[in-house]
Design a binder for this molecule. Structure first.
Ligand code: ASP
Length: 446
């Protein structure tokens, strides 16, 4: 691995001229910060708009000249004010003309949505006196839209082999025919990870507007502590359940090479942030690393005497969901019972009826029950391994709080416990569990 860093700055870190200055100071403070990935300008204050959102609205109005012009001018103004505020020379107007022409010639949604990153990258390279390398030279997708990792990593490795500082716009790459294609929203995190991997850096820094990943969603638990060290695996479990500081797909490219990710705050650069690694450093004193919850699941519960002797029962059940292209989240089982947990958005009432009919016909269960409005809470922590009584403590505490647990699932590696409660109890459950482990007198209070 090379002793250099890939460094990604999110939208709020590059939202205006003052933020660009902070970013420049951060980059200059450590000569190892050599591969810089830029997002589009984000929100400057509550209620402000992200440039990517404006560009998307713009594309949707491309057949309404007046509306298109007004929106395009709004986006343009953001870049012009950054350029002028920093007294840079980049000819933004000429770039905007090219974008306009390309749109009138039929350039697509992804092209326009990605221009925020492109223009911000040009401005940042100008400010840093660094080399701008368009993502279309580095990030390649296959015909079917997945990352062509072989080609991409090879190209990154050769194209970025100099010893200067490179600025690369995040969020997009190109299809085999050269058309721009974006990653999912928030995808500059993925670009950062792909560049980190291709350039074989020793650290991927992800700079945002919070000082790392919190143990719980701060909108629900405002005093939630910052996680100092988390493993890729724990993070995956938390992101899947809705913790969203880092795009969930951003973990895979760096994880394969064991490159740590450090999530840091542009507005408080001295704070250590959160370090994401394969094994983590000392586990949290709080037993758990973090917890997250997601609402709106449906549980379908089947009972059938001697089910466990019936070979292929689970496969037949799952194949019904597969046929309807419905992903199954969990499948807790008992001796003569099995339940399937599904994201409710895949199961409107009409669909649910069809599924239940097929289950009855094909599996002949004794009873079938449905519970709607279930929230799943993931309690995650490598500190739970080999520690006795954690799930017992959780159940007792929830019982004391009068919260009914509909489902409980502990992973074999004891790294996560998933519990299902009614949607209405979701936030209270998170709070009770947080208090249990972290609050005054919690099992692992510092
Ligand atoms: N600007 C894009 C978005 O808003 C990508 C990113 O910020 O990561 O989704």
């Amino acid at each position: 691995m090379n002793q250099v860093f890939a460094v990604k700055f999110g939208g709020t870190s590059l939202a205006d001229a003052a933020q660009f200055e902070r970013v420049t100071n951060i980059i200059r403070a450590d000569g190892r910060r050599r591969y810089i990935i830029a997002s589009a300008p984000g929100k400057r204050f509550d209620g402000d708009e992200k440039v990517t959102d404006i560009l998307i609205q713009c594309f949707n109005k491309r057949d309404d000249a007046a509306a298109f012009d007004a929106l395009f001018a709004k986006a343009a103004e953001r870049f012009i004010s950054i350029r002028d505020g920093l007294k840079l020379k980049t000819d933004i107007e000429a770039q905007l003309d090219i974008i306009r022409k390309n749109i009138s010639k039929g350039a697509g949604y992804d092209y326009l949505a990605s221009r925020g990153e492109y223009l911000n990258g040009l401005l940042l390279a100008d400010l840093l006196n660094a080399e701008f390398v368009d993502a279309s030279e580095l990030i390649f997708f296959t015909e079917s839209g997945s990352l062509d990792s072989k080609k991409t990593y090879r190209k990154i490795n050769t194209r970025l082999s100099g010893d200067g500082v490179y600025v690369i716009p995040g969020f997009y790459g190109v299809l085999p025919d050269g058309t721009v294609k974006t990653f999912p929203r928030g995808g500059s995190d993925i670009t950062g990870s792909v560049i980190a991997r291709g350039a074989q850096v020793c650290l991927y820094e992800n700079w945002t507007d919070v000082s790392g990943i919190k143990m719980a969603d701060p909108r629900i638990i405002p005093e939630a502590l910052t996680i100092k060290s988390i493993t890729y695996r724990e993070l995956r479990e938390l992101s899947y359940m809705g913790a969203n500081v880092l795009h969930e797909e951003a973990v895979f490219p760096v994880r394969e090479m064991g490159i740590p990710i450090n999530v840091k705050n542009t507005n408080m650069p001295d704070e250590p942030g959160t370090m994401i690694t394969e094994n983590g450093s000392d586990p949290s004193k709080h037993t758990i690393t973090g917890l997250a919850g997601r609402m709106d699941f449906t549980v379908i519960l089947l009972d059938k005497a001697l089910m466990n002797n019936e070979i292929g029962f689970a496969r037949k059940l799952l194949s019904i969901f597969e046929r309807h292209r419905i992903p199954v989240e969990h499948m807790p089982t008992g001796i003569d019972s099995i339940s399937v947990v599904v994201d409710s958005s895949y199961l409107p009432d009409s669909k649910l009826e069809i599924i239940l009919e097929e289950i009855k016909k094909e599996l002949e269960p004794d009873t079938v029950g449905v519970v709607r409005d279930i929230a799943l809470i993931a309690i995650v922590g490598r500190g739970m391994q080999n520690r006795f009584g954690t799930s017992g403590e959780i159940m007792m505490e929830l019982g004391r709080a009068g919260i009914n647990i509909n489902l409980l699932n502990q992973s074999i590696n004891e790294m996560s416990i998933i519990i299902g409660v009614h949607n209405r109890d979701c936030h209270r459950t998170l709070r009770v569990i947080y208090e249990l482990f972290v609050g005054d007198g919690g099992s692992g209070a510092e």
